[in-house]
Design a protein around this ligand. Structure first.
Ligand SMILES: [Zn+2]
Length: 203
């Protein structure tokens, strides 16, 4: 999943600036945004790559190859400024994803993940995906507010993650990737149509 803009720029935390300074900062942010986007486009498979549409297979054993894969994915996610990345997004059709919901949080890996619990309450929020124009296209997606995910960590040990808010959203987004499902599939009809049009024009 791509980093939301509101995440890097929390409202109300920035000191007041005079217009030229604000404009200069805006230019820096715009340049950074373009760089992150270019990086994601280079490193991550892009829609309509068929690898993004395949149901990935379970990992039979967590060995050094899997740990190497997790490390590579974590590196690619960091460099493309994503908050989550699933193996199919780099063309590896195995059930594993990595995520971190804050820039300073440790990267977490979930292998053969499943949702054990989904809250009845849902929430609609805007999502981008590193595989959809490098995060450039965003659409509203309805997700469960809280989930409990189970899987294995890099050591092959069973883990259970209780998540809410952004973390729950990222987990559901990445899990979808393991089943070949993308945000455009989950967006309301009108938003999907607009996103596909943008993709046709820019991709
Ligand atoms: Zn994605």
């Amino acid at each position: 999943m791509a980093e939301a803009e509101t995440e890097t720029e929390p409202e109300g935390t920035e000191p007041e600036l005079i217009p030229e300074e604000e404009a200069a900062r805006e230019r820096v942010r715009e340049r950074e945004r373009r760089e992150h986007h270019a990086m994601a486009m280079r490193l991550v498979r892009q829609y309509p790559d068929p690898a993004l549409r395949v149901a990935a297979t379970a990992i039979p054993e967590v060995d050094d190859d899997v740990r190497g894969l997790v490390e590579r994915m974590a590196d690619i996610m960091r460099r493309s400024h994503g908050v989550g990345l699933a193996a199919p997004q780099i063309g590896v059709l195995q059930r594993v994803f990595v995520y971190r919901t804050g820039a300073d949080d440790p990267v977490r890996a979930l292998i053969n993940p499943e949702l054990a619990v989904r809250s009845e309450e849902t929430e609609v929020d805007t999502e981008g995906c590193l595989s959809i124009l490098g995060g450039e296209v965003t659409v509203p997606v309805e997700r469960h507010e809280r989930v409990v995910a189970r899987g294995l960590d890099e050591a092959g040990e069973p883990v259970e993650v209780e998540a809410e808010g952004l973390e729950a959203r990222v987990i559901q987004h990445e899990l979808d990737h393991l089943d070949g499902v993308l945000i455009i599939d989950r967006a309301p009809k009108e938003d999907r149509r607009a996103a596909l049009k943008e993709l046709r024009l820019k991709a």
